[in-house]
Design a protein around this ligand. Sequence first.
Ligand SMILES: [Zn+2]
Length: 255
Amino acid sequence: MNTKKAKSKNKQCFIVVVLLILSIVVVIKASVNLIQNDKETTSSSEQSSLSPSSTKELTHYNKHVTLTFDDGPSSAYTPVLLDALKAEQVTATFFLLGQNIEGNESLVKRINIENHTVANHTFSHPDLVYEDNTKIESEFAKTDALIYDLTGKKPEFVRTPYGSNNKEVLRIAGRPNILWNVDSMDWDLRDSKRIIDKIMHDVKDGSIILMHDIHKESVEAIPTLITLLHEEGYGIIDLHDLLGTDLKAKNYYNR
Ligand SMILES: [Zn+2]
């Protein structure tokens, strides 16, 4: 009898231990799942920081364009442009000249903080196809270093001055060279209404629009331009979102 009792007690103990182990396994599995979910949330929020376009611009419109501004920053006009873009919750890409960064450091930081893309337009705007490799390298490297110091990021995109490039220039740049397919001709027109008319005449789905934030008339055109683009069904999105991922060191005109 006693042995039987002891045996059944042992059996009970064994069942309790098995149940205990099972529940520990369940708890451990649940917490691992939680940690994995946490990781997924983190990586998806990291992903969204790579897509600076506002959700409205991405999803509310079925056609998309991107705005690009060259030759800045300009202490006189870039702040006005940033205010206008902020008011409309629109992001853009700024192809900065290294030689214009000195004295405008806080503007470069502001462009970056306000979710725009800071890109490299060389240091002194030479036509790179006429320069030797050392000069081409230093034109990109000096501006990369200035931008890195102010934003903590190496620019992902370059735009060669005048769009001029060849295989060697692209090899040295080592990343996408962003050209354009809508030229506002703002540097020549110098008239807000004519700049807007030129862009609205040429724009299509996927357009990369070229402007310069060193001209008063270009910056003054922005609020009306954004309104008209929206009215025509164009969302204004960031270059990353327009071009997608897996980009090469070659020329890009649009998607
Ligand atoms: Zn330029």
